[in-house]
Write a new protein. Structure first.
Length: 261
């Protein structure tokens, strides 16, 4: 697959992302509803590990029954993702999901089940995925990543530096540049200097959207519109060099970005 062809496609993807991005809370809240205590604890731990790995700010809440989760929802609690055991004592996870959809609740749903006999019934509630017990970490990560990509793309990034807190929409950042023992963010409304190294900045920016393309640059993948040789051309008219040592890493990450969008 040629990078040039992928980069040409990126112009379309960038336009879609910037014009139709679904705005959601920066906090990714997961409700794990499972009536078996050990399974519930294990599922919560798996979600915690995956979201830590993905560097997603999150909160995970466990519920031992569909009724308890329903009461929390009725009391006004909001969640990004519901991990529902289909069969539980009392109300089933499937029944709760059906009632939520009847109320036009669009919260993402991930079914956890020990049997495939209920799969047909669940299509009407449009779940993200079905996972069979025991839940495999790789499958759970794929499901969560899918939900994040479709509905919860990070809309802001928060920097804590020099005793100050700076919150910036990710789409406003074209690229980050190492300069004068710090990092300069090149944005839609000028530049912002951070007393952080480029490596520290890289740790904060979501790696699903930003990639190191050079020893001095981190580029926002959604703002790439063209590639020529070892040069990237961005939507603001800037051009960035691709360092030889970063070429393979950049290509792999950009291909993954395009495939996910």
């Amino acid at each position: 697959m040629h990078l040039q062809r992928l980069l040409q496609k990126s112009r379309i993807f960038a336009t879609i992302l910037l014009t139709s991005k679904r705005m959601v809370s920066a906090l990714y809240r997961v409700a794990v509803c499972e009536d078996e205590a050990i399974l519930c604890a294990n599922l919560c731990a798996q979600c915690e590990s995956i979201l830590d790995k993905l560097k997603v700010e999150h909160r995970i809440t466990s519920f031992s029954s569909a009724e308890k989760l329903e009461n929390a929802l009725l009391a006004g609690e909001e969640f990004s993702l519901l991990c529902l055991d289909i069969l539980m004592g009392g109300k089933s996870g499937m029944k709760l999901a059906q009632e939520l959809r009847q109320r036009d609740d669009k919260t993402s749903i991930l079914f956890i089940t020990s049997s495939t006999e209920f799969l047909k019934d669940g299509y009407s509630v449009r779940p993200i995925q079905y996972l069979l017990k025991p839940v495999q970490a790789a499958e759970l990560e794929q499901a969560i990543t899918t939900d994040l990509r479709l509905y919860h793309r990070p809309s802001t990034v928060t920097f804590h530096a020099g005793g100050k807190t700076l919150v910036i929409p990710t789409e406003d950042i074209y690229y980050a540049e190492s300069r004068e023992h710090g990092t300069v963010l090149h944005m839609t409304h000028g530049e912002k200097f951070l007393p952080l190294s480029l490596s520290q900045t890289e740790e904060i920016l979501p790696d699903s959207l930003f990639c190191r393309c050079h020893n001095s640059f981190l580029v926002n993948l959604s703002h790439i519109c063209e590639e020529g040789g070892r040069t990237l051309y961005l939507t603001d008219g800037s051009d960035l060099a691709i360092g030889r040592r970063y070429m393979e890493h950049f290509q792999n990450q950009f291909v993954r970005y395009l495939n996910q969008n």
